[in-house]
Design a protein around this ligand. Structure first.
Ligand code: AQP
Length: 331
């Protein structure tokens, strides 16, 4: 079976619709055909300002949401990154293989360091893509299901793996990126030129755990354009196109089918129906997440089992890397 790895940050507590359509939907589907390792990447969540108590709670909430969305611990290895210290061990070695120049070209750092400026940002925000490379390479991953925004980080991972293999011998599987055709880039409801993101003002972002009434209101207030026709046209109608894309991804109906369905009707109808589709999707996910959080002992048991399984694979990779790179074996 091909090996799949992917991770998600617990930063906001609730995932947003872009996370689900760009990545998590594929996580669930790939369990059928691959040996999957799925990780709540809490170490990645401290590159910007954070609150320790919130982080702990958000990690638990994130794991609960993953189970509620359909990640099945009987078939996939679900774990929390900080429970597997090998991520940090490999990360340091890869930091010494990655180049400052290539890390400097990462557009996510450029975007995310804007607020504090590069000088005021943490070193961790800068080295984040190298930790991500370690996350992936530890598990000899064949495929990484992620949204389109992660393409550049995946390229860095492949470059670092290839360089390491050339220098020290075949050690890592060089992974390929797995980006969905539909939903790879869900756009912000208020600024449809930008990807939906928890870091933008919340009015444009649909959180899975929000009250569906709040999400419905956000959808009703989504930015569209001055035209009237409900048709997909990314260049001229980015807002309407985004609403159609979300509808299509959640309802399973194709975009041409939806265009026909909304022929002669206005944007208001599209928004109203999309709000219903979203409500139908999130309601059971919210309920199941809450149920799981009400009994954290069970959740903790799942995560402990996942960490144990992940460590078996991760420790073997680190042992191989340490041997090849010249570290003295402990006596
Ligand atoms: N808008 C999106 N469309 C499609 N996929 C998306 N992803 C994120 N936003 C979109 C995918 O979600 C997965 C988890 O990514 P992450 O843990 O890095 O989350 P994130 O990118 O931090 O989520 P946000 O909300 O976008 O946070 P900020 O604002 O901090 O960047 C990844 O596979 C990602 O591609």
């Amino acid at each position: 079976l091909p090996r799949v790895f992917s991770g998600i940050q617990p930063t906001a507590g609730s995932f947003q619709l872009g996370n689900y359509l760009g990545a998590l939907r594929q996580w669930v589907a790939l369990q059928e055909t691959a040996e999957a390792f799925y990780c709540v990447v809490d170490l990645h969540a401290i590159t910007m300002d954070w609150d320790p108590e919130e982080l702990r709670q958000n990690s638990l909430t994130s794991a609960a949401q993953l189970l509620a969305l359909g990640v099945d611990p009987a078939r996939s290895t679900l774990f929390v990154q900080s429970h597997v210290p090998e991520h940090l061990q490999l990360s340091w070695v890869l930091e010494c293989v990655a180049r400052f120049g290539e890390a400097s070209r990462m557009t996510q750092f450029k975007d995310k360091s804007q607020r504090e400026g590069a000088d005021g940002s943490s070193v961790g925000l800068f080295t984040y893509p190298v930790l991500m490379a370690a996350d992936i390479l530890l598990y000899q991953t064949d495929q990484v299901p992620v949204g389109d925004d992660q393409r550049q980080h995946l390229e860095l991972t492949r470059d670092v793996a290839t360089r390491f293999n050339n220098r020290f011998g075949p050690t890592f599987t060089v992974p390929s990126v797995f980006i969905p055709e539909a939903g790879a880039r869900v756009m912000d409801l208020q600024t449809p030129e930008k990807k939906m993101s928890k870091s933008l003002p919340p009015a444009g972002c649909v959180f899975l755990l929000d009250d569906p009434k709040v999400s419905a209101k956000k959808i009703r207030s989504a930015v569209t354009d001055t035209g009237r026709e409900v048709v997909a046209d990314a260049a001229n109608k980015p807002g309407v196109t985004n609403l159609l894309t979300i509808h299509s991804a959640l309802s399973g109906r194709s975009i041409p089918e939806l265009e026909q369905h909304f022929a002669g009707r206005g944007y208001g109808d599209l928004k109203k129906e999309l709000a219903e589709v979203v409500t139908e999707f999130v309601s059971p996910v919210r309920a199941r997440t809450q149920e799981l959080l009400d009994d954290p002992a069970e959740l903790e048991r799942v995560l402990a089992g996942g960490a144990e399984r992940a460590r078996e694979v991760a420790a073997a990779t680190v042992a191989d890397v340490y041997e090849r790179t010249g570290f003295l074996a402990p006596g």
